[in-house]
Design a binder for this molecule. Structure first.
Ligand code: FAD
Length: 477
């Protein structure tokens, strides 16, 4: 009987260092399939910005696969049904994929695996998404880690992760399998096309992921340890959406960084490099937490927060979402998110702290908005980070750390360039006043063409009072 492999692509939209792809190619002929599954219960549907990203990532991957002689089949439906049908109709003998780590996807994948095995179909799964899978790291007591530093120390002390594998040069596809068109997946906005900002900001392809990484390694990473906190400079890699969709391999990043440092091929210091790789480590840690504590996605990691008196304030939520809070750094961040599908990490922390500790809204309201609007929306990093900021997570920010949106702006956007870019109505406000226009002398505002309450909003909260209240609530939990 002819051996025929089906490679099921999921969060691994790349050809380099993709173990499922390499396995399929070694056992050709093989067919590649991507299933847009918005049906399987409990698998969280993608947000709007992620769907836009996915559309373009699939277009690019399809072209890359076809250029090598293969075909990418696109299907919309429940993954289990689609896989079973393809296996039946095409007489597939083996199905392979790279593993996912959310509870719902694991349940689904187990069911598919059992069904296929019961029908004598070979099934294999691999790790492509992480440096190390969650169960590879355990504390001395055999328990999962809840604190980042020892987690990452253990990772660094373990034998190096495997070297990345190059992309296959040729693919031997299986022809004649019906595919939906990309448009049939309906990933782009149906009516009002709000996605121009995303496509203007990003080149969405595996080649762009690799090129951006190498550019960052040559130019951006030197000074990372200081610059990473500055939203006004290009001080971070902006690789997060490529990592979220598996368009660049974390092992490729890790080994290329280590090699570049050893060979003196980067201007980065050891401190810059350690810091950058530790951020990749936070991504790993988030997956470790999500795998062992799947309730992290929806419930407070620390149950004492279940009694927190979150407020119901749809108007304030909408002002936050639209970047109309009257706090310029918060508004700049929320508008950057809306326009480009991405927000700088420091500003993510500021806007999240503002929502939770100044407006007293449940972190899940913010997490949901991020899920819908981020192109890097990630089931592990998003929930773990929101819980970190809210203080209810594992290894969380201390509850008494309430970000002051004005002083954070002064510190990390000292000339106000970031604010001027995303809040253009404040472009002409002097730097001394740009972080707190509500405290500026009326003369300064009128010279800059700003009328509070008309061209730019009054603050929606009194930060000093909110801080006192937050500390009272938090210390009483
Ligand atoms: P770099 O500084 O260049 O870091 C390199 C890579 O490390 C990133 O691409 C990312 O994959 C990883 N990384 C960096 N910081 C973190 C972190 N704190 N936690 C986990 N991984 C990290 N990141 C996401 O990828 N998806 C999310 O949905 C997400 N939601 C967040 C929500 C909040 C409230 C906060 C505070 C942070 C969130 N982050 C999320 C983490 C972080 O903000 C982004 O990963 C980072 O801003 C991406 O930019 P970069 O690629 O330039 O990062």
């Amino acid at each position: 009987m002819t051996h025929k492999t089906l490679v099921w692509l999921r969060h691994d939209l790349r050809l380099h260092d993709n173990p499922a792809v390499l396995h399929g190619v070694a056992n050709d002929p093989c067919a590649f399939v991507y299933i847009f599954d918005d049906i399987t219960p409990n698998v969280r549907p993608l947000g709007g910005a992620s769907k836009v990203w996915l559309h373009h990532a699939l277009a690019s991957l399809k072209a890359d696969i076809e250029a090598r002689g293969g075909t990418l089949i696109l299907r919309r439906g429940a993954a289990q049904e689609v896989i079973e049908q393809l296996v039946r109709d095409e007489a597939i003998t083996q199905v392979v994929w790279n593993r996912s780590y959310t509870a719902a996807e694991q349940i689904r994948d187990c069911a598919i695996k059992e069904h296929l095995k019961a029908h004598n179909i070979e099934v294999q799964s691999f790790n492509s998404h992480l440096l190390r899978e969650p169960w590879e790291l355990k504390t001395g007591q055999g328990t999962p880690y809840k604190v980042f530093t020892p987690f990452w120390r253990t990772h660094l002390a373990m034998p190096a992760v495997p070297y990345p594998q190059p992309a296959p040069k040729k693919l031997l596809g299986i022809s004649g399998i019906a595919s939906d068109s990309l448009d049939q997946l309906q990933l782009l906005p149906a009516h009002l096309n709000w996605s121009h900002g995303i496509t203007a900001e990003w080149q969405i392809s595996e080649q762009a992921a690799l090129a951006n990484f190498h550019e960052f390694l040559e130019r951006g990473i030197a000074g990372y340890a200081q610059n990473r906190d500055r939203p006004d400079v290009h001080g971070t890699s902006k690789l997060s959406p490529y990592l979220a969709f598996g368009m660049i391999s974390p092992r490729y990043i890790f080994h290329t960084c280590q090699n570049a440092l050893q060979m003196g091929q980067t201007a980065a210091s050891q401190i810059d490099m350690d810091r950058f790789l530790a951020e990749i480590g936070w991504r790993e840690f988030s997956y470790h937490l999500l795998y062992y504590f799947p309730e992290l996605a929806t419930r407070n990691f620390q149950p004492k927060f279940d009694t927190y008196p979150w407020e119901h304030n749809p108007e304030a939520l909408q002002r936050w979402q639209r970047g109309q809070t009257g706090f310029p750094i918060v508004d700049a961040g929320m508008r950057q998110l809306w326009q480009t599908g991405w927000m700088h990490n420091r500003v993510r922390m500021i806007v999240a702290s503002f929502l939770v500790k100044d407006v007293f809204l449940d972190w899940r309201a913010g997490e949901t908005w991020f899920w819908d609007t981020l192109v890097d929306a990630d089931p592990a990093s998003n929930t773990a980070s929101w819980q970190w900021v809210a203080g209810c997570g594992a290894d969380a920010a201390p509850y008494f750390r309430v970000f002051n949106p004005t002083s954070q702006g002064v510190k990390f956007d000292p000339k106000g360039d970031y604010i001027r870019k995303f809040v253009p109505e404040l472009a002409h406000v002097l730097t001394d006043s740009i972080h707190a226009p509500h405290e500026a002398p009326p003369f300064i505002l009128s010279q800059a063409g700003v009328t509070l309450g008309v061209t730019y909003p009054h603050p929606i909260v009194n930060h000093a009072k909110a801080r006192v209240r937050a500390l009272e609530i938090y210390s009483g939990l």
